[in-house]
Design a protein. Structure first.
Length: 315
């Protein structure tokens, strides 16, 4: 079976999404050929009365334990850096990316996940208070030990990515080979600041696309690709940063493409991401079988060249 270029976001598995439903979604995803499962050590601290995360990793660990052999069928990604130091301390006070924090987080995540390795280990966000040399060395140490298969950087400015790669080369350790940022078919206005789609470090820009295209060893992952249901649900309005004429034109092009192909707008968005140059791996949170079916259909959909051209041309 061909590997699907889509990741299952497990952020609220074990909290808002109960164990039975989570297991059913995980089973269906893997049975359909899905391989990437994405979580974080801080998921989902905001859903738990304790104010701390780990619930998603623990649920995945129980799923692996109850599904002999399934661990070998998936690529597991988790993150370090955003776990609150105490309840209510996020985002000002989190574990960060010191060597000590990374060492502790790797050990805890492996225990929770009931595994001996993490296929892709993400720095959840940049830690400007810790020397990058220290962070790079700590990740490199765990990669050399075999507990990390690959290293990824999430929510990083591109210049910091390149600096981390240069430091890894100097230190003779593994460098990052994956980037994770927010992205979708709709594009925010330029100069948006202090939002999840901040152009400075939280959004895939044209520069990031060019970087990934010219560095094919760098996999590009996109979170929130379906705008929290905004493409399908009237009760999920598009955020203010996307309120501009280009959005109107893109929504018109998207609606036409979906109607012409007889599919949902969300399926078109996922196919547009996966089938582009460079190909982007969308991370999709799926809370019901219906959402899962839509996501898988989008992963299998190939857009006709004329449809992609029309979608790209809408600005």
């Amino acid at each position: 079976m061909t590997e699907l270029r889509i990741a299952l976001g497990a952020m609220e598995f074990g909290t808002r999404i109960d164990e039975k439903t989570s297991f059913e979604l995980l089973d269906a995803f893997v049975d359909a050929g899905g391989t990437w499962i994405d979580t974080a050590n801080c998921y989902a601290f905001w859903q738990d009365p304790s104010g701390h995360g780990g619930q998603s990793e623990e649920l995945l660990g129980r799923w692996f334990a109850r599904r002999p052999g399934v661990r070998d069928r998936v690529k597991l990604a988790t993150k370090v850096g955003c776990e609150p130091l105490w309840p209510g301390s996020f985002p000002e006070h989190t574990e960060g990316l010191t060597g000590k924090a990374i060492d502790a987080a790797v050990e805890t995540s492996l225990r929770r996940l009931q595994t001996d390795h993490i296929d892709l280990y993400w720095a959840h966000r940049d830690d400007l208070n810790t020397p990058l040399e220290e962070t790079v060395a700590a990740f490199g140490k765990h990669a050399a030990a075999g507990t990390i298969g690959r290293i990824g950087l999430s929510n990083y400015a591109l210049w910091r990515v390149e600096r981390a790669r240069g430091l890894a080369l100097q230190q003779g350790v593994m460098g990052p080979t994956a980037l994770q940022l927010r992205y979708s078919y709709l594009q925010p206005r330029p100069f948006v600041r202090d939002q999840a789609h901040d152009h400075r470090f939280g959004w895939i820009t044209d520069e990031v696309l060019d970087y990934a295209d010219r560095n094919p060893e760098q996999d590009l992952f996109a979170y929130s690709p379906l705008m929290s249901g905004g493409y399908e649900r009237a009760d999920r309005p598009i955020q203010d940063a996307f309120d501009h004429p280009g959005t109107t034109r893109r929504l018109e092009a998207l609606a036409k493409a979906a109607a012409d192909l007889g599919v949902t707008r969300s399926e078109v968005v996922l196919a547009w991401l996966i089938g582009g140059t460079p190909s982007i791996i969308p991370i999709v949170g799926m809370s019901t079988p219906t959402y899962l079916t839509t996501a898988l259909a989008g992963a299998h959909l190939t857009l006709p060249p004329e449809t992609r051209t029309a979608l790209d041309a809408a600005w």
